[in-house]
Design a protein. Structure first.
Length: 121
């Protein structure tokens, strides 16, 4: 069985200017970047992707952008960059099921923009 490596440490990349263009103006206006929060989102449920037999053996990274809302739910996951388009749907479907403890700013839960690379192969 092939392993898929997911690194939540890369949450901070959501703060970089180059990836900001991948979020809508509304999302940028109504959410925070990693630089703006005091407490980063913490994964509480993070299952590995369910790769169908037809795609096993495929390799590459898929960068998925999404919002972790005030309740810790993943909102609007989408592929921002991919090395293998065949894996895009698997990556987005996986991330959509994740749960987090929400980011915090000034002691309150806030929504935060996140980008995570999923490495297949």
């Amino acid at each position: 069985m092939k392993k898929v490596v997911v690194s939540i440490i890369t949450l901070a990349v959501a703060a970089t200017t180059s990836v900001m263009a991948n979020f809508t103006d509304d999302e940028v206006a109504n959410t925070f970047s990693a630089k703006e929060v005091e407490v980063m989102p913490v994964p509480v449920e993070q299952d590995q992707p369910n790769v169908p037999a037809s795609l096993r053996g495929q390799a590459g990274r898929v960068y998925v952008g999404f919002i972790v809302d005030e309740a810790g739910k993943v909102v609007a996951p989408r592929v921002l960059k991919t090395e293998n388009e065949a894996l895009n749907e698997v990556a987005v479907s996986c991330v959509a099921k994740w749960q987090f403890k929400a980011a915090q700013k000034d002691g309150a839960n806030v929504s935060m923009r996140v980008i995570v690379p999923l490495r297949f192969g």
